[in-house]
Design a protein around this ligand. Structure first.
Ligand code: MOS
Length: 590
C-alpha cells in the first residue's frame, strides 16, 4: 500500500507491529574477536597487507620506539540533504529515477542488475545534490524499494525520502577502528621500522573493508614497513564510504604516533617529518608525480607562527591552557579512466558540453565549464555544461576525489577531438566525443596530494572544554582550477576534521544493535560558534604526471590529518595524550 503524503505513510508505518524471533546477535567490535579475518582487498582494490624489510628486527634494535594504540569511533555521514528518490515506472518497462546521488550511471547499473532490468530501461536524473560525502556514491536499499513501489502504480511517481534518523541505519557509515602503530627510529629521528595494523568491522551480509592503513604505505621513508587490515563480520549495517575512507581514521593514528615519536626523539614534529621525507614512493618505488609536503610544512609553520610553540602544559591564559599542534595530510591523486564527454556547437557562439557527472556541492558545474571553455579556447559564457543524467554520456563516480580530473580529462579530450574534426569555425550541429584515457604516466608515477595542518587549541583547565581558535592548512594538490570552490572544499574538509577530533561518535546500543544518538541533536557536529579562524592556502603548481588536467582532487585531503593535529595541540596544551577519538572533556579532566 502506498500513501498520498509522507505524513500518511509515516503514520501508517508507525501502526505496523512487527514480531521478531530473536537470534543471538553480535554488534560489538573487539580487537581480539574470534572471527577476525583478512579480506582479499581493501577499498577500492588495494592489497590487504604489505610487508617490506625485516620489521621486527628494525623495531627491536631501534634507539627510540613508539608502540601505541589508537581508536576511532563509528561515525555517520550526514549530508544536509538526506537521501531522496522519486521513481516513475512506465510501461515498456521504463523506469525514471530522480535521485540524489554522486553516481547516476552507477545507480542505473546496479539497479538494473538487482531488479533484472536492462540497463537502458533505467534513467537516473541527478543534476543537483545536497552533499553526499560518499554516502551517495552507491545506491542503497531505499532506491530498490522505491522502484518496486513504483512498479505497483505505473504512471504515478513514487517518492521516498529518508528521515535523518533513518540515515543512521540505511546509508552507510564509517567503521570504528582499532589501530596499533609501532615506529622505530635512530637517535636522529630517522625511521627504521614502521608498522600500522588496523582492526575494523564489516557486516555479515556484505563485506566492506576500509583501507585504514593505506595512507601510511606512502608517507615516510622507513627501512622496514608493515601495514595490515583485519575485519570482524558483525550483525550491523554495511559500513561504506565516508569522506576520505581509510585516510581520515588512518592518518589520525599515523600522525599521532609521529607526534609521539617527535617528543620521544626530542625533535620538533615538523623537523621529524622533514627528516623522513622519502625521495620516491616507499610502497612502489615509483617517482612522485609531485610531492611538496616539506614546502607545505615550512610554509604552514611560517603562516601559523609555529616558532611560538612552547613545551607541553607551559602556556596558560587565565582559565585556558593553550597549545599548538601539527600533522601532515595525504590523499591519493587518482584519476579513473573511461568517462565520456560530448561537445556540440549550437551556432551563435553556443557550445554544449554533455557528461553524466555529478555536482555534490563541490562546484563541478563551475569547474567543468571552466575546463571546457579553456580547452575550446572560448569565453566561459559560450559554454553550457549539462551533467547529472544517465541520458548523457557515461561518467564515473563523483567520489574518491577523482571527479574533476576524471570528468575534466574527458572534456579536454572531447574538446581536442572537436577542434580536430570541426576546426575553429564549426557548422551549427557539429558534434564530437572524447573519452578520458588512462594517463600515460599512470603506471610510472605515484600521484598523491599532500598538506600540512597547524592548529591552536585552548583547553579549559577546569572543565576540559576544547576550543579551536585557529587552524592553518597548506595543501599541494596540483593545479587549482577555481580558488573559490577549492577554498570551500579544503575548508570543509578541515571543519570535518575538527568535527571528527572533538565531536563525532555514533553510539550503538548493543542490546538493540541500533545507533541511539541518531539525530543532529545528539550526534554532535560543530556549529558556527565552534569554527573561528581557518586559513586555507595552497602551493601554486601543476601536476601533469598525475593527469592531463594537472590538477588533483581536493574533496578529501582537507579532512586527513586534521584530527591528529588537534590531538597534538591538546597534548601541547595539557600534557595529556588522547589516543581515542573523539577528544571529549572527560578525557581531559583529571
Ligand atoms: Mo567520497 S567518501 O569518495 O564520496
Amino acid at each position: 500500500m502506498l500513501a498520498d503524503t509522507s505524513e500518511t505513510a509515516r503514520q501508517a508505518a508507525a501502526l505496523v507491529r512487527f514480531h521478531y524471533q530473536e537470534d543471538e546477535h553480535d554488534t560489538r567490535l573487539r580487537e581480539d574477536h574470534p572471527d577476525l579475518y583478512a579480506p582479499d582487498k581493501v577499498n577500492p582494490g588495494f592489497p590487504c597487507d604489505t610487508e617490506d624489510g625485516p620489521l621486527e628486527q628494525a623495531l627491536a634494535s631501534a634507539a627510540v620506539l613508539v608502540d601505541e594504540r589508537y581508536t576511532t569511533p563509528m561515525e555517520h555521514n550526514n549530508p544536509l540533504e538526506p537521501h531522496a528518490c522519486i521513481a516513475l515506472w512506465e510501461e515498456g518497462p521504463r523506469v525514471t529515477l530522480n535521485d540524489s546521488t554522486q553516481n547516476a550511471h552507477g545507480v542505473a547499473r546496479t539497479l538494473a542488475r538487482v531488479l533484472g532490468l536492462e540497463r537502458s530501461d533505467i534513467r537516473v536524473i541527478s543534476p543537483y545534490v545536497g552533499g553526499g560525502f560518499g554516502s551517495k556514491g552507491l545506491p542503497h536499499a531505499h532506491n530498490v524499494l522505491v522502484v518496486l513501489a513504483a512498479k505497483m502504480v505505473p504512471g504515478t511517481p513514487v517518492r521516498m525520502a529518508l528521515t535523518r534518523q533513518q540515515m543512521f541505519s540505511l546509508a552507510g557509515y564509517r567503521t570504528p577502528t582499532f589501530q596499533r602503530l609501532r615506529i622505530g627510529a635512530d637517535a636522529d629521528g630517522r625511521i627504521t621500522g614502521l608498522a600500522h595494523e588496523a582492526v575494523e568491522q564489516t557486516a555479515r551480509i556484505k563485506e566492506f573493508a576500509e583501507q585504514t592503513t593505506v595512507g601510511t604505505r606512502s608517507m615516510y621513508a622507513a627501512g622496514a614497513r608493515r601495514t595490515s587490515h583485519r575485519l570482524v563480520p558483525l550483525d550491523v549495517p554495511v559500513p561504506s564510504w565516508m569522506r576520505a575512507p581509510g585516510e581520515a581514521p588512518g592518518m589520525f593514528g599515523l600522525e599521532s604516533a609521529m607526534d609521539e615519536l617527535a617528543i620521544a626523539c626530542g625533535l620538533d614534529p615538523v623537523e621529524l617529518r622533514i627528516r623522513n621525507e622519502p625521495e620516491s614512493d616507499p610502497e612502489t618505488g615509483l617517482p612522485w608525480s609531485s610531492r611538496h609536503l616539506v614546502e607545505c610544512l615550512r610554509r604552514g609553520a611560517e603562516r601559523f607562527g609555529w616558532s611560538q610553540r612552547g613545551l607541553p602544559g607551559a602556556r596558560r591564559d587565565g582559565d585556558w591552557l593553550v597549545g599548538m599542534g601539527v600533522a601532515a595530510s595525504t590523499y591519493p591523486g587518482s584519476m579513473i579512466p573511461g568517462s565520456v564527454a560530448e561537445i556540440s556547437y549550437g551556432g551563435l557562439g553556443h557550445y554544449s558540453v554533455r557528461i553524466g557527472a555529478a555536482d555534490i556541492g563541490t562546484g563541478n558545474w563551475t569547474v567543468l565549464s571552466q575546463v571546457a571553455a579553456d580547452a575550446l579556447g572560448v569565453p566561459i559564457g559560450e559554454v553550457h555544461v549539462e551533467i547529472g543524467d544517465t541520458d548523457l554520456p557515461m561518467a564515473t563516480v563523483e567520489g574518491g576525489s577523482t571527479g574533476l580530473v576524471s570528468h575534466g580529462s574527458a572534456v579536454l579530450e572531447a574538446a581536442r577531438v572537436f577542434r580536430e574534426e570541426h576546426g575553429y569555425s564549426p557548422e551549427a550541429g557539429a558534434t564530437s566525443r572524447g573519452t578520458a584515457a588512462k594517463h600515460p604516466d599512470a603506471d610510472t608515477y605515484s600521484p598523491h596530494s599532500f598538506g600540512a595542518q597547524f592548529v591552536e587549541v585552548r583547553v579549559d583547565a577546569d572543565t576540559g572544554e576544547v576550543r579551536v581558535p585557529r587552524m592553518v592548512g597548506v595543501f599541494s594538490a596540483g593545479r587549482i582550477v577555481n580558488p573559490r570552490t577549492a577554498r570551500s572544499q579544503l575548508m570543509g574538509g578541515m571543519v570535518w576534521g575538527l568535527s571528527m577530533a572533538l565531536h563525532e561518535h555514533s553510539v550503538m546500543d548493543h542490546s538493540l544493535g541500533l545507533v541511539v544518538n541518531h539525530d543532529l541533536a545528539e550526534y554532535h557536529i560543530p556549529s558556527h560558534a565552534d569554527i573561528v579562524d581557518i586559513d586555507v592556502s595552497w602551493l601554486d603548481e601543476e601536476d601533469l604526471h598525475a593527469n592531463a588536467l594537472g590538477a588533483k582532487g581536493i574533496g578529501e585531503i582537507g579532512i586527513t590529518g586534521t584530527a591528529a593535529a588537534i590531538a597534538s595541540a591538546v597534548h601541547n596544551a595539557t600534557g595529556i595524550r588522547v589516543r581515542d577519538l573523539p577528544i571529549t572533556p572527560d578525557r581531559l579532566v583529571r
